[in-house]
Design a protein around this ligand. Structure first.
Ligand code: NAD
Length: 364
């Protein structure tokens, strides 16, 4: 049996509870994992002077694989998002978020099986911003007008949307390689190239060029405008397969896709680069539920399914996924969010730890 060492980042808020649940489930499969604990987040600030101590990044660099709980980003403090910092520091350029219907979640659809592949490093999230009222903004406005690029109101704030050939090529290649490795049939590039000719236009043009490299792969390629994508996903999500999107659209469409299959409590994710991979749920640290043993650890547990596949442990991954399906499918030992969706009341729901027990019982 292969031994794996994985960096474990419990994170803030509900993070410790859901990562404990996940860890117990993974250990119950018998896979040999040594967890290297390296915590980050708001709660380590006082002790370490930073929410992201360097030893956390060093641990991931050494082990190549990490799984984390959510980390709080306080609003309006100048404290940068630790999640964004990890993705940038390790060049985790592809954010992978599968949305799969699982019976028993009370979701609107029972036939969704799609994967969002979101670009993680550029677009409006590059953080290149200019504050309203500053000399920088005045200069930028004058520059745009002098070059005939357009008029901008003087009282504007400005955020830049860089989209590069390099960033798009590696993202779309990743989407095709993912499709091939996971038995998928189609990659769809999602964009707004009809309006944003030099950013999304470049994304589309580059995606089409990369798709030509995969012409003989058996994977189909098409493209769709982002607003139409949202409408079609809501009307009829079943035909969608792998979606490759620039950062902002990927962020929004992945929450929409999570909503199609039952919401944030069950939506897993992964941030992957050429060297490292960090697995985490889509949801945040839900601070109001901290320490209450009530939240749903499914998204964290399903993130471990993605991790187990990445570690080349497909049998353990299938067992955990099937155990989650069985637990949700029975509708008995489920957390408050699922119970409320199913019955309109939280009565009869179980806590985080008891739900993990149910998943472990269903591992067989
Ligand atoms: P959130 O996802 O933490 O919570 C919103 C609501 O969703 C919760 O109040 C709860 O009702 C529900 N919810 C979330 N997770 C759940 C679960 N596992 N089980 C049951 N219900 C669940 O979103 P927020 O309140 O906007 O963000 C809180 C903090 O988390 C912020 O600081 C934000 O920056 C951070 N955040 C972190 C990550 C990450 O670490 N990757 C992602 C998103 C948000």
């Amino acid at each position: 049996m292969v031994k794996h060492t994985v960096t474990l980042i419990p994170g803030d808020g509900i993070g410790p509870e859901i990562t404990t649940a996940m860890r117990r489930v993974v250990e119950a499969t018998g896979v040999d994992i040594e967890w290297e604990l390296a915590d980050a987040g708001e709660h380590v600030m006082d002790e370490c002077g930073t929410p992201l101590p360097e030893h956390v990044l060093d641990s991931i660099r050494k082990n190549k694989v990490a799984i984390k709980g959510p980390i709080t980003t306080p609003i309006g403090t100048g404290f940068r998002s630790v999640n964004v910092a990890i993705r940038k520091a390790l060049e985790l350029y592809a954010c992978v978020r599968p949305s799969v219907s699982i019976p028993g979640t009370g979701a609107r659809y029972d036939d969704v099986d799609l994967v969002i592949v979101r670009e993680n490093t550029e677009d409006l999230y590059a953080g290149v911003e200019f504050e309203q009222g500053t000399a920088d903004v005045a200069e930028l406005i004058a520059f745009a007008e002098e070059r005939g690029a357009g008029t901008i109101r003087p009282d504007s704030g400005i955020s830049l949307k860089p989209i590069s050939v390099t960033g798009t090529e590696r993202l779309v290649r990743f989407a095709f390689e993912y499709a091939i490795a996971n038995g998928r049939e189609r990659v769809t590039a999602v964009h707004k190239a009809n309006i944003l000719k030099y950013s999304d236009g470049l994304f589309l043009h580059t995606a089409r060029r990369v798709a030509e490299e995969y012409a003989d792969s058996g994977i189909e390629f098409d493209d769709y405008i982002v607003d139409a994508t949202c409408m079609q996903l809501v009307l009829n999500p079943a035909p969608w397969d792998v979606l490759a999107l620039p950062n902002l659209y990927g962020d929004i469409v992945s929450d929409l896709a999570a909503g199609l299959v039952g919401g944030l409590g069950i939506a897993p994710g992964a941030n992957i680069g050429d060297e490292f991979a960090v697995f985490e749920p889509v949801h945040g640290s839900a601070p109001k539920y901290t320490g209450k043993d009530v939240v749903n650890p499914t998204a964290e547990i399903l993130s471990s399914v993605l991790m187990l596949r990445h570690l080349d442990e497909p049998e353990a991954a299938d067992r955990v996924f099937d155990a989650v399906r069985a637990t949700l499918g029975s509708g008995e030992r489920v957390t408050y969010d699922i119970k409320r969706t199913l019955t309109g009341s939280t009565e009869g729901s179980v806590g985080t730890a008891a739900y993990a027990d149910a998943v472990i019982d269903n591992l067989g």
